[in-house]
Design a protein around this ligand. Sequence first.
Ligand code: NAD
Length: 505
Amino acid sequence: MTLATDVDSLLQKLGVPRNLYTQGSRTARSPLTGETIASVQDANTGSATEAIARAQAAFLAWRTVPAPQRGELVRVLGNELRGAKAELGRLVTIEAGKIQSEGQGEVQEMIDICDFAVGLSRQLYGLTIASERPNHRMMEQWHPLGPVGVITSFNFPVAVWSWNAALALVCGNPVIWKPSEKTPLTALAVQALFERAAAKIDGIPADLSTLLIGGRDIGELLVDDPRIPLVSATGSTAMGRMVGPRLAARFARSILELGGNNASIVCPSANLDLAVRAIAFAAIGTAGQRCTSLRRLLVHHSVYDAFVGRLKQVYGSVRIGNPLAVNDVLVGPLIDEMAFRKMQKALAEARTSGGEVFGGARVEDKQNPAAYYVTPALVEMPAQTGPVLRETFAPILYVMKYSEFGEAMEMHNSVPQGLSSSIFSTDMHEVEEFLSARGSDCGIANVNIGPSGAEIGGAFGGEKETGGGREAGSDSWKAYMRRVTSTINFGHDLPLAQGVKFDID
Ligand code: NAD
């Protein structure tokens, strides 16, 4: 079976009408082989503007539906995803190049956030606050906000939509999704599953979920439209630099989930067996194409040679290739040729800065010259300079030595990005220091695990050039609602706050 036939059969099972992936000027390709697997139609300014109007109408109906009933839709969506996990996970593998367990894992993440959101739909709680005035009560309520624009990156082609959509929907908001131009097919599949779920419940307004396939222009349209009060944008820091100010200029809200440059510190007391596995997964897994991928490793000089030697063994033996064709593959392809070129450029710069590069070469697939497989690269750097300070979205791990813990912390925080971090140590002084106010400056700080592979229960996101947004668990839902503070007078007098007197006859 060719990949295109495989895709056709998956999309049919997932309920996507054939005309949506056989017609149109945008080609969908698979990084597994580099071949074209379908063609899709982009939205245009007219159709997108009309779609936003329909989402606005859906909002007016949806915001008055009781939140637990809104949760029912997300419960059914979660069940659709459970039923479709195998097919959708395989499609993620084909379109984004993830190994099969990671493709399946991405769908599991969607199911998990649906479960979370269903529970949340019976909470969405505000506070009751003590008033200084007699016979007064203060309280806050959380109300739906409006249509939420969701712009997503190629590397989590479906999970990021669900982190936003599951919360937005229970919070009373429709969702308008602009997926990555590199992954339109998984988006079509998710939209079909959503429609299947909506059709199973009476009275669901039309257009609660809208899919707008397209490039940057369609993303910009969402960013600039005053009917969209919140845009959640996941992608590179370069994208966030454009999107953030445009949203701010119209006083819209943003959730920016941008690039990372994540580090781990390996201390003398670390369990090195555990650390090798954790670091290999974080640095090599997903071919280094996670926002939380490990990119910088700071190793204490006393364990450096032994530890880096073990890591090199793993780097030299890890199985690379097409996860649908070769068993036990741990490293799939880079998304495209551009990603490969950026990787090679970073490695060349690292060499110029005195780095010693182990791995990083292309693994040619003779039958598929447009597929880009590489051996993961481990680069021993004399200092944290040049390409080490930026995110290159490829499997490059820069390794550096430290002597004092304070020096490691200083290096750790001396990059522009602030997404995820971790420490390997059994020394509670070091661990607590790392987690303290003067420790890691990232949104995620882990102990004795790598920086990648978050669960949905916690808030996800990072600081500095990572954008400051938070998605998924904890109280991230508050970003999707508007807060109303109310003071209620149940007495017969009118005392004013702060003792102000305003007596009229
Ligand atoms: P990208 O920035 O190239 O594209 C992301 C999305 O933004 C795409 O849908 C794209 O069409 C859209 N876009 C680009 N410019 C735009 C503009 N000016 N206005 C509106 N939309 C615009 O990113 P990518 O290559 O798809 O993904 C990789 C990047 O995403 C990495 O930097 C990675 O770290 C980051 N990422 C971050 C998180 C996170 O949660 N922090 C999660 C996943 C990926």
